[in-house]
Design a protein around this ligand. Structure first.
Ligand code: HEC
Ligand code: HEC
Length: 466
């Protein structure tokens, strides 16, 4: 079953990038075939195959779909799949012609784009421009609330030490991330995970790498209280903010009461975060009808992303995330850097090593990558090309309290892309970057002079409230 599925997968890749993959399709009969002779003379050009009439095409595609439905979803991987050699690099003229063809297709509306290379059972949504952020009924945005949230986001007085603001780790100049492998928290403690950029965070269906917060309101409360991050007991945060004379009128305006509560702080922060929206990338400009916005490389990369590179299996929809959790083999199971991801929240065996699919929008401005921030973009692409590492099951008796051994997502496979392909893929990812722009941080209301002396409130942190 598996090999049939595998061959079908390769064939499907062939559909989207016929010319390039031709050598791969022949690859199966390798053993019997006689090695072809070196070419001295150019082979005759092939005229483009005839374009089928619309009804023939529709019927053929319906057939392809049926084939999908019957296929069985692949099983999780424990053994590494064989490496694929990089596919042959096409001559410049062939490439130019292929890209010209791709342009014609991709310059049309996404509904007419080729069917992506997505496995059976995967629910996917086409790439596209961002919809407006959904606003929760419990916390409708107002200009006053957003303005207050913005001040609070940049204000270190929210933290126990009076030194760390949200913006310390989510810096607008660094794609609303911090550019570090992993962040430093309270007392410069090294945190275990990489700080995600917050652009378009209002579109995420769950938050944190392991999805442990459901809403931005919850998320803000958790971070403020977390002894390793901002380390501010609720009463202390509230007291510190309430003592800043300038904040009271701002709360009054935003909430109709000048009562400073943790809940109001969290709601203002969340309302501000929902205003961090992108949509000015080159890819967006292309989707909105400017064909010049994407280079030839990026166009070839877009086709790879949806086709032979299989990225759309998980990074799909306008945000480039399926909002699901997958194990890419990066849990470092049983090793120093071990992070079991979603399993720590749900306790489900299937969740060991799973992390939330991050958005890829603005990706060029939020390095380094992955939940542990260990990787650069080139490294990430090379790992995907190899099908990601397959962990070895530790030998010997497992410890009684050991988590179940993780199994890598079956959606990952060696891709056989060549260096040119990887460069194209990268060019496409870079077309998702947002222009940086210049943002002035808000002017914060000055502290009460007395309070300045005593910012480091040495209160007992709350019982591991995270
Ligand atoms: C000390 C650094 C630090 C500070 C301060 C900090 N964060 Fe974060 N933030 C992180 C890290 C690290 C993560 C990822 C943690 C994880 O997934 O386990 C994160 C995750 C998030 C997420 C989830 C993003 C996503 O895509 O899942 C949001 C939203 C967020 N922070 C908002 C805030 C707000 C609001 C504040 C201020 C109240 C704040 N952060 C303060 C480091 C920080
Ligand atoms: C099986 C689902 C899946 C597929 C297929 C997949 N990704 Fe991912 N991707 C993820 C998940 C999950 C993460 C986060 C993993 C982690 O941190 O451990 C991620 C992380 C990334 C990151 C790092 C983002 C960041 O902010 O740190 C990049 C870049 C990326 N993927 C690009 C790609 C590209 C390009 C492809 C196609 C070659 C691809 N992905 C295919 C699920 C997938």
């Amino acid at each position: 079953m598996r090999s049939g599925w595998f061959v079908r997968g390769i064939l499907r890749m062939g559909v989207s990038v016929m010319v390039l993959v031709a050598p791969l399709i022949a690859w199966g009969d390798e053993d019997q075939a006689v090695a072809p002779e070196p070419q001295e003379k150019a082979l005759p050009r092939l005229p483009p195959r005839a374009q089928e009439p619309a009804d023939v095409r529709a019927e053929r595609i319906a057939g392809l779909r049926r084939d999908e439905d019957q296929a069985v979803a692949p099983e999780p991987q424990e053994k590494a799949l064989p490496r694929l050699p990089p596919r042959a690099q096409e001559p410049a003229d062939v490439r130019a012609e292929r890209i010209a063809g791709l342009r014609q297709v991709y310059e049309g509306p996404p509904s007419g784009w080729p069917r992506p290379n997505v496995d059976p059972g995967v629910e996917w949504v086409e790439l596209g421009t961002l919809p407006p952020v959904a606003q929760p009924d419990e916390n409708p945005p107002t200009a006053a609330k957003v303005a207050l949230g913005k001040m609070l986001f940049f204000d270190p007085r929210l933290s126990g030490s009076g030194q760390i603001a949200c913006a310390s780790c989510h810096d607008p100049d660094l794609g609303w991330a911090d550019g570090r492998t992993t962040s430093f928290g309270h007392d410069r403690q090294a945190l275990p995970r990489n700080a995600p950029g917050l652009l378009n965070v209002g579109q995420a269906r769950s938050l944190f790498w392991d999805g442990r917060a459901a809403t931005l309101e919850d998320q803000a409360r958790v971070v403020i209280l977390n002894p390793h991050e901002m380390n501010a007991p609720a009463e202390a945060t509230v007291a510190a903010v309430a003592k800043v004379p300038g904040y009271r009128p701002a709360f009054q305006e935003a909430f109709g009461s000048d009562d400073v509560t943790l809940d109001a702080v969290a709601r203002a922060l969340a309302a501000f975060e929902r205003t961090l929206v992108g949509g000015r990338s080159k890819f967006d400009a292309f989707l909105k009808g400017n064909p010049k916005a994407l280079t030839d490389e990026a166009i070839a990369g877009l086709d790879l992303f949806r086709g032979a590179a299989r990225c759309l299996n998980c990074h799909n929809g306008p945000t480039f995330s399926d909002n699901q959790f997958h194990d890419l083999g990066l849990s470092y199971y049983g090793r120093t850097l071990e992070d079991l991801g979603r399993y720590q929240i749900t306790g489900e065996a299937d969740d060991v090593g799973r992390f939330r699919t991050p958005s890829l929008r603005n990706i060029g401005n939020t390095k380094p990558y992955m939940h542990n921030g260990v990787f650069e973009l080139d490294g990430v692409l090379r790992m995907y090309n190899a099908g990601m590492a397959t962990l070895r099951r530790p030998t010997g008796e497992p410890k009684p309290d050991a988590a179940p051994f993780p199994t890598k997502s079956p959606l990952l496979r060696p891709l056989g892309l060549n260096d040119r392909d990887l460069a194209d893929l990268k060019a496409f990812l870079e077309s998702l970057n947002e222009p940086r722009g210049f943002r002035r941080p808000p002017i914060l209301p000055p502290s009460d002079p007395e309070l300045k002396q005593n910012l480091n409130r040495n209160l007992t942190p709350p019982a591991a409230d995270r």
